[in-house]
Design a protein around this ligand. Structure first.
Ligand code: GTP
Ligand code: SPV
Ligand code: MN
Length: 622
């Protein structure tokens, strides 16, 4: 590694000299943790980058990386008058979403990964990855990104160090996590961190010109080693495949840690809801990818006097508190949100959040260098450059923005950020919601009667697949707790862990199931959704206080006639259609759940099997 350039800020050093003991004063913090030094050296030796850069997380560093990316044509600066401090980035058309078929949980025993995860023996997988990583950073810079998931001041935060050869990833991690020197300080000389080794998997040969979005067209691997607490990701630069603090650390690895330590890492948004009298309750909600978490988290209320504030939009770490309640913390510092469908009409607070300092990936570009996507405005701007860089032709029938196009933005720009969003202890939960994207069968909202039944609801979530992952879109699949792609261990054990958590707290919050996506015979959504979802939140809020009225059905409690506040929209919505529970559909649903549960064999907790039997009995009587 002689002559390997090591850079930190504006200073350059020789990596080997520094390793052999001549650590310059200003770099001491990088060389105090032996395990960190070992990981950097080992990765550099395997991946053979041309340079190592230690990322301090400063704004200067971020801006300088952005300038570099602009000069290389990777970032297109947007119009500073319309979208200051913002960039458009276009990915390779073959690298646009999470790759679930290439995502692995490599526990020592296959059973610990369970029937819903891809598994391979860790030693075998490490061999495969060693081969792929060998020389994979040739001609590229190796960036070292220390990051902290969770507030820096929180005892519950988790430190990771991502090593990557993608400057786009560095910029994104700066927005999405507490990154840089502050995380290193928290780590300290003896602290433990989750090593996350990432490469786009596209070494550059001597004299080879780089492409704007390097990735590996053939080999992709997103691999988690739960026992070793390590992540290795190869071949993709996009989203959850590459920003490893998010799904890999804060969900897959954190879920394993949570199982051992007695808490939950969940794919959930967290909001504070305040009623007109000023009473505030926090609610967490799990919906599968692209099923409405960011939109509910940034809801602009259509009911006067009701207000929503955002704690987090994608991940919640939930633990039992001494007060006998569950407390939820958002470990992320930013939003990596779906662009299509976001507009001033559907979600003004999201639009305000992304008005500046935002990285847009795979959206369309307008003639005056601003961004556009389907659903942003009724009229399609002209001229328009589509997400692949071609002039857009609306007659093509293709969308101008990729359906998993996203914005990356700091949550500090959110106009309705909850004052407790960075509270190191999290916020107390008054209700938990599950939901999915279902065009039929599932009513707008219903409530379970107990924690056990609530866990059954979570376990039975099914949802139409979306563009957040590669593969078919629109196919109903089971996605228990919206965690199917993100649970780092056996899903049967995970169900048991949820049941266990409920036993450990005095006052488990009530659990609800919602569905914003029911359609009519013409294929149109029958619920206005977005800001009108506050009407459902209001019923939930008042159920928690025991004051809103309900009717018992075979599947749970639904709002009784007139209990849902439809003021102003009563003539537009078909309440009967929203709440119809077809016994034919539900008998199918029940069979579906039954055969899905069978997948878990002995790991299926008895309590869930019993809940299913009860549902069957109730449906048989209906
Ligand atoms: P991930 O970031 O992938 O986890 O997605 P998410 O769960 O945060 O979903 P998001 O809020 O980004 O919404 C995904 C898509 O669903 C967007 O195109 C939204 O416009 C649309 N959507 C969200 N909420 C509603 C709703 O209440 N009704 C309808 N009809 N569409 C919605
Ligand atoms: C999801 O798919 O649930 C996301 C986007 O939040 S990604 O970060 O790519 O996983
Ligand atoms: Mn998500």
């Amino acid at each position: 590694m002689k002559g390997l350039l090591l850079k930190s800020g504006l200073k350059s050093f020789d990596f080997r000299e520094v390793l052999s003991g001549k650590v310059p004063n200003e770099m001491r913090i990088w060389f105090q943790n032996k395990e960190l030094v070992r990981r950097i050296s080992e990765t550099a030796a395997l991946c053979t980058p041309s340079e190592i850069r230690l990322c301090d997380g400063s704004i200067e560093e971020y801006e300088s990386l952005c300038r570099d990316l602009v000069s290389k044509g990777v970032f297109i600066p947007l119009n500073p008058e319309r979208r200051p401090g913002s960039y458009l980035c276009r990915s390779d058309p073959a690298d646009v979403a999470r790759v679930e078929e290439a995502t692995f949980i490599c526990s020592k025993n296959k059973e610990d990964a369970g029937p819903t995860n891809n598994w391979q023996d860790p030693a075998e997988m490490n061999k495969t990855l060693d081969r792929l990583f060998a020389g994979c950073m040739k001609g590229r810079i190796l960036y070292v990104i220390p990051f902290c998931m969770g507030p820096l001041a929180s005892p519950f935060s988790i430190i990771g160090v991502q090593i990557t050869d993608s400057p786009y990833v560095v910029c994104s991690m700066k927005i999405m996590t507490n990154m840089g020197t502050a995380a290193l300080e928290k780590l300290g000389p003896e602290g433990r961190f989750i090593p996350c080794i990432h490469s786009v998997g596209k070494p550059l040969q001597e004299g080879e010109k780089d492409v704007p979005w390097p990735s590996n067209a053939i080999q992709k691997y997103i691999v988690h080693f739960p026992e070793e607490r390590k992540v290795r990701s190869f071949g993709s630069g996009y989203g959850g495949n590459a920003l490893l603090g998010k799904k890999s650390v804060a969900l897959r690895i954190a879920s394993v840690i949570g199982k051992e330590e007695g808490w939950l890492a969940e794919h959930m948004l967290i909001i504070g809801v305040t009623n007109p009298e000023g009473r505030k309750k926090y609610i967490a909600a799990a919906f599968p990818s692209q099923c409405g978490k960011t939109n509910l988290a940034l809801l602009s209320s259509k009911l006067p006097g009701w207000k929503v504030e955002c704690v987090g939009d994608d991940i919640a770490w939930i633990r039992p508190g001494k007060d006998g309640r569950l407390h939820a913390l958002n470990p992320e510092a930013g939003f990596f949100g779906v662009a299509p469908g976001t507009s001033y009409a559907s979600n003004p607070y999201a639009m305000e959040t992304i008005a500046k300092n935002t990285i847009f990936t795979n959206v369309a570009l307008t003639g005056d260098k601003d961004v556009w996507w389907e659903g942003m405005t009724k009229e399609i701007p002209s001229p328009l450059i589509d997400w692949t860089g071609d002039l857009y032709n609306p007659a093509s029938g293709k969308p101008a923005a990729q359906s998993n196009a996203r914005f990356t933005v700091s949550k500090m720009q959110c106009p309705i950020l909850d004052p407790a969003s960075n509270d190191p202890r999290g916020v107390p939960l008054s209700a938990i919601l599950f939901g999915g994207r279902r065009s039929s069968t599932i009513p707008l909202v219903y409530q379970s009667c107990s924690w056990e039944e609530g866990v059954f609801l979570g376990a039975s979530v099914s949802s139409e697949t979306t563009a957040a992952a590669t593969g078919v879109v629109g196919k109903v699949r089971h996605d228990p707790f919206a965690m199917l792609p993100f649970c780092g261990y056996n899903m049967g054990d995970y169900f048991a862990h949820w049941l266990e958590i409920g036993k450990r707290i005095k006052n488990p919050p009530p659990v609800f199931y919602v569905n914003w996506f029911r359609k009519n015979a013409e294929g149109r959504f029958i619920w206005p959704g977005f800001g009108d979802n506050i009407r459902v939140l209001k019923w939930i809020f008042e159920r928690e206080e025991g004051v809103s009225n309900y009717t018992e059905t075979s599947i749970g409690l639904v709002p009784s006639k007139d209990a849902l506040d439809l003021s102003g929209i009563a003539t537009e919505v078909d309440v009967n259609a929203l709440f119809s529970i077809s016994s034919e559909d539900w008998k199918k649903e029940e069979k579906e759940i039954e055969s899905y549960f069978a997948l878990f064999g002995k790991k299926l907790p008895e309590a869930l099997a019993n809940r299913l039997e009860e549902l069957k009995l109730r449906l048989a009587k209906s």
